[in-house]
Design a protein around this ligand. Sequence first.
Ligand code: NAD
Length: 277
Amino acid sequence: MTNTGYGLLKGKKGIIFGALDERSIAWRIALACKREGADFVLSNAPIALRLGALNALSEETGAKIIPCDVSSDDEVQELMNQTREELGSVDFILHAIGMSPNIRKKKEYNDLNYNWFSQTLDISAISLHRILNHAEKANMLNDGGSVVALSYIGAQRIFSKYSDMNDAKALLESIARNYGSRLADRGIRVNTVSQAPTKTSAGTGIKGFDGMYTFADKIAPMGNPTADECADYCVTLFSDLTRKVTMQNLYHDGGFVTSGISEEMIDALLKLYADEE
Ligand SMILES: NC(=O)c1ccc[n+]([C@@H]2O[C@H](COP(=O)([O-])OP(=O)(O)OC[C@H]3O[C@@H](n4cnc5c(N)ncnc54)[C@H](O)[C@@H]3O)[C@@H](O)[C@H]2O)c1
């Protein structure tokens, strides 16, 4: 980490979902939130906690780990209860959760297993609704708070290898807008951050990920942002400096979304297809 922080989250409390290992975007966000003065709890699915890596982050940040499978109403409700005991109500929530059994089991988009498709949507998108619903009912989210969920440009454009996760991200972004409109009168922001391909466990689990990573990196004028850079951006969204930014899908992609092609790609493609000219 290059800076010692600006105290942007001093006095703020939060819930961080989705840190699995030190490459996880949520892991980097947790470190950045700590650096900026926040207190938070860490949560992940019980099965992910069995790997034990999260204990190191818990020790480093002083954050309690609360197990929760976000596809279970009971577990999300219980997580809110335990968070209240640990911290009281919170100012920010990070949703950094994604999982597709179809991608894991290499099912093509036109041959999806529908039970797995439902699981993809439930875990990766509907869980944002479930978390906000239980947070609201338990009065766990403070006025002026901020919720960020991590998305990907597959919500808008077709990335064939991203399969049913393209649909999950479209739903996730829609839920952020719809819930954001309902929480706006309390000054609570709900946004998605559309991050460029990043070398994490979920990312590299996608067949063809290296190609997608390199393509984005070569097209984006600034290249792909790292997970630590994503973390710094999320800190600004949790801070009081972005109080009226809500119901947005915010691209954090080095300029990829508005770029057509780069000089480097033109030169590379000309070489590759030279024989066909
Ligand atoms: N890596 C990328 O290229 C990239 C790009 C854009 C967006 N994202 C998004 O960033 C977020 C974080 O992913 P990551 O790349 O850091 O990978 P990651 O594998 O580190 O994180 C995914 C997390 O989801 C958790 N999870 C899965 N099922 C769960 C369940 N039932 N209950 C609770 N948690 C569950 C996993 O345990 C894991 O911690 C995801 O939403 C992902 O889609 C990733």
